[in-house]
Design a binder for this molecule. Structure first.
Ligand SMILES: [Zn+2]
Length: 308
């Protein structure tokens, strides 16, 4: 009997010692897993370019709502806006910031990071000239962007869609016909998004899980659809106003003077955006000079770019 008690105590002590001994290692393993993709070492320009080859193969990490910082104030100026424009943009900013604050895992204005990284996004393409020129510039710098294409333009320029995807950029959903979703029925909104998703899938094999509603308009209807259909709504934290103040220096300054960690920059790549095309090399070089890495949205936001 005594011998059994002795053996039992002996085993207990060994198990206890093993557990205490292994605990720090278990801890390291867990922390390491949680930090994958979260930290990037500062590196030489060559490897900084390589850092930019971060696309959808990154393992997504879900946002932790408890550690969220409030959405950024949306920056960018234009000297070409009417008083009415200025007023309606101010109202829209307030509205979209409230939605992002309330539905932080559905409506994104910026990335939750202290690291110097930025996502360049281009709306309203593709077209036959500006989008290919932007793809050439991105390729020459080894950078990648996130494109929100409309279904109509995807249909007209399928080869450009394939090229954008094959070169490592994200091909995402900007509705079919670019309507204002305010006061539209849910069925209409769903149809605009699903039709475009299917068109993109036939060309790339991927259904976008990131949607930019036309004009950045967010309302309860589209938020509910996004939650039900499991996609995210991507707004922006800097508007270059390349749709209003079409001047390459002004466009570049809107980015470089406002840049913050986690910035999402709005630009356009449809036919009349030649000044955007002209501004892009200045923007990329300026961002690199400030120590910023250019990354795609899925990497910046720790979300999936595609549903499949
Ligand atoms: Zn648009």
């Amino acid at each position: 009997m005594l011998r059994r008690i002795f053996i039992f105590c002996y085993l207990y002590v060994i198990i206890l010692a093993l557990f205490i001994g292994l605990k720090p290692f278990i801890g390291i393993a867990q922390t390491g897993e949680a930090q994958i993709g979260a930290t990037q070492p500062d590196a030489s320009p060559t490897s900084a370019y390589r850092e930019e080859v971060k696309t959808s193969d990154q393992k997504p990490v879900q946002d932790d709502q408890t550690t969220r910082i409030p959405p950024y104030e949306i920056k960018g100026t234009s000297q070409q806006l009417s008083k009415k424009n200025i007023q309606s943009i101010a109202e829209w900013k307030q509205q979209v910031q409230t939605f992002s604050d309330q539905y932080g895992n559905t409506v994104y204005i910026n990335g939750q990071t202290g690291e110097k990284m930025v996502a360049l996004t281009f709306d309203d393409g593709p077209d036959g000239q500006v989008t290919p020129a932007i793809l050439d510039i991105l390729k020459s710098y080894g950078g990648h962007a996130s494109f929100f294409f409309t279904g109509q333009n995807v249909k007209t320029f399928p080869a450009i869609v394939r090229r954008a995807y094959q070169e490592g950029n994200l091909v995402l959903n900007h509705s079919y016909s670019h309507p204002n979703f305010d006061n539209k029925k849910p069925e209409f909104i769903k149809d605009e998004i699903n039709k475009t998703g299917q068109l993109i899938e036939t060309l790339t094999g991927k259904i976008p899980a990131l949607v930019r509603p036309p004009y950045g308009i967010v309302n309860e209807n589209i938020i509910k659809i996004a939650k039900d259909q499991n996609f995210k709504l991507i707004i922006w934290s800097t508007d270059t106003f390349d749709w209003s103040h079409k001047d390459a220096d002004h466009i570049a300054n809107n980015v470089l003077q406002n840049i913050r960690p986690g910035e999402i920059v709005l630009m356009h790549s449809n036919g009349d955006k030649t000044q955007t095309q002209k501004a892009l090399p200045k923007i990329i070089e300026g961002l690199h000079a400030k120590g910023y890495k250019i990354v795609t949205l899925d990497y910046l936001l720790h979300v999936k770019a595609y549903k499949n």
